[in-house]
Design a protein around this ligand. Sequence first.
Ligand SMILES: C[S@@+](CC[C@H](N)C(=O)[O-])C[C@H]1O[C@@H](n2cnc3c(N)ncnc32)[C@H](O)[C@@H]1O
Length: 284
Amino acid sequence: MSEDDGSDIEEVKDASVEESDMFKRILKQRKKIQSMRQKHNQLLMLHNADINKVASPYLQLNSNILNAFVLSLEDKDVLLEEQVPAHCIPIRADVREFDWEQLGSTIKFDCIMMDPPWQLACANPTRGVAIGYSQLMDQDIKNMGIKHIQDHGFLFIWVINAKYSFAFDLFKEWGYEFVDEVSWIKRTVNRRLAKSHGYYLQHAKETCLVGVKKRKIDGVEQEIEFNKEVKLSDIIFSERRGQSQKPEEIYKLIEQLVPNGKYCEVFARKNNLHDYWVSIGNEL
Ligand SMILES: C[S@@+](CC[C@H](N)C(=O)[O-])C[C@H]1O[C@@H](n2cnc3c(N)ncnc32)[C@H](O)[C@@H]1O
């Protein structure tokens, strides 16, 4: 092979490397533009969606007041990175300082669910597994103005063994009657019981206590209307999830129990955001 031939080949090689680099750059840029476009559209959707527009069939809110609570567009932008549902209503707040009365003057909820960050007292409560979020004293949980955001309806509280009796106190304090409980039986991918730690017994379930609050109109007690046609089970049997993460099925259960209701979740994380739910938490 002559020297000339060799350099020609080098040139051809260089050209093809350059071309493929350029091609890669164009592809990258095209992808970026596509994702920017997508994001822009999503942002527009969220912006236009702000509460009274999207959620109106369910929530019929006075948007001005509630919008004051809702995250700013930039914050939503950050949330969007994680593909949140378009019609969710996240409120980032510390429940100890949150203005429950103001939220309650805007909307009363039919169903409230909470999964409190219970303060664990014993020396090694999670057997060395670090809890990845801040915890709250019982009194701080009791002080929450739940009475302002619900006149009558259902309250679902996820409990741990050590907090059953305190949860019953909460029901009493906030004006609810304890009526039921939902057990989430956790399974592995192989449909076996997903047993985790426990002091006396190994735990493979979590419990959500259900309370009902009735209201009096002209001295007559009134219960919230709920779906008596579909007999819903008090058992959820589904795969275990990440730390403290509750099952997806609980949302379906609540939405079936009170169809087209106004739903609120307290102590929600990003993974909890759902369409037409108002979600409150300090990690949103
Ligand atoms: C048990 S986790 C909730 C887990 C959630 N149910 C799930 O399925 O992923 C409790 C949440 O309450 C939040 N939290 C702790 N202190 C809070 C406070 N003062 N105000 C609001 N949220 C708080 C924690 O950061 C955490 O996100």
